[in-house]
Design a protein. Structure first.
Length: 135
């Protein structure tokens, strides 16, 4: 990955009842109003897991330990002509402390995989959801 690539982490939070958390992006931002897996940018001083734990605390008010983040897969936009290629690393999370609430976005909600399939999502989150919930 070169210095012109944006590294982003995202969490696929799943409750014991099988519902998954999705975060609606703020209306004034890029892809505003679309649903995504919560997360954000990895800062130069952080590991991806540290960044994800920080981002989930900032966005949702929950505490996640790095060892609760299970690596799943990634999606990238590094196509020819991309202005700033983005790589999103997705982690599955089944354990956290606190009650998730929308602190930075428009809303959060819990969905079944089929409901997530019908949500409007940014392209990379669409790719991640297809891989997370095949068929």
């Amino acid at each position: 990955m070169n210095s012109q690539t944006l590294l982003v982490v995202a969490g696929a939070l799943v409750r014991g009842d099988g519902l998954w958390l999705m975060h609606c992006r703020p209306l004034g931002k890029h892809h505003g109003g679309l649903w995504e897996f919560p997360g954000g940018k990895v800062e130069p001083y952080e590991t991806p897991r540290e960044a994800l734990c920080r981002e989930l605390h900032e966005e949702l008010g929950i505490r996640v330990l790095p060892d609760a983040c299970e690596e799943l897969f990634f999606a990238d936009s590094g196509l020819p002509g991309s202005v700033l290629p983005i790589v999103i690393l997705l982690y599955k999370i089944e354990r956290w402390d606190g009650v998730a609430r929308a602190l930075e976005g428009e809303a959060i909600d819990w969905f079944t995989p089929s409901q997530i399939d019908s949500l409007a999502k940014p392209p990379l989150d669409e790719d991640l959801a297809i891989r997370l919930f095949p068929g």
